[in-house]
Design a protein around this ligand. Structure first.
Ligand SMILES: [Zn+2]
Length: 143
């Protein structure tokens, strides 16, 4: 069966394909990530009268272009999927990219690794690697 398409239909289809194929801007991804992260944060219980200070001294953030610069063998292995890590000596290792002439780090990864330093300093701050486990345990106990 032969089908006929109007020029309007073809133009609409072409525009739809072009719009669907446009990549999101990096800032769109960051905005969406911030929103989702904040939504997850707000789902946690609000504490009463929390006014905690965790002091971090001599924090060094290593911003690298390649995992060969990671100083932890597990992270520097070519097949590693580790995107950053923190040490109890207050070192953070993250990847850096370029935006124009400036260096950009993944803010979510940097925040996650900084969270590890807070946890190392004060175990009342949750280990960011255990948030899922803690949440599952709380739900299992109906809290
Ligand atoms: Zn972690």
């Amino acid at each position: 069966m032969k089908q006929k398409y109007s020029s309007f239909t073809l133009a609409t289809l072409l525009i739809s394909i072009l719009l669907a194929s446009c990549a999101q801007w990096a800032s769109d991804y960051r905005r969406d990530g911030f929103y989702l992260t904040q939504t997850a944060f707000e789902s946690c219980e609000e504490p009463n009268n929390l006014n905690m200070v965790v002091e971090l001294k001599n924090v060094r953030v290593h911003i690298v272009s390649d995992r060969k610069y990671f100083e932890w063998e597990k992270a520097s292995a070519e097949d590693s999927r580790i995107l950053g890590y923190a040490t109890t000596a207050n070192d953070i290792f993250v990847f850096g990219r370029k935006l124009g002439n400036q260096i950009v780090v993944n803010q979510a990864i940097l925040g996650h690794e900084l969270n590890h330093l807070l946890h190392y300093q004060n175990s009342m701050v949750a280990n960011p690697d255990r948030l899922d486990i803690i949440e599952h345990e709380l739900r299992a106990h109906g809290r």
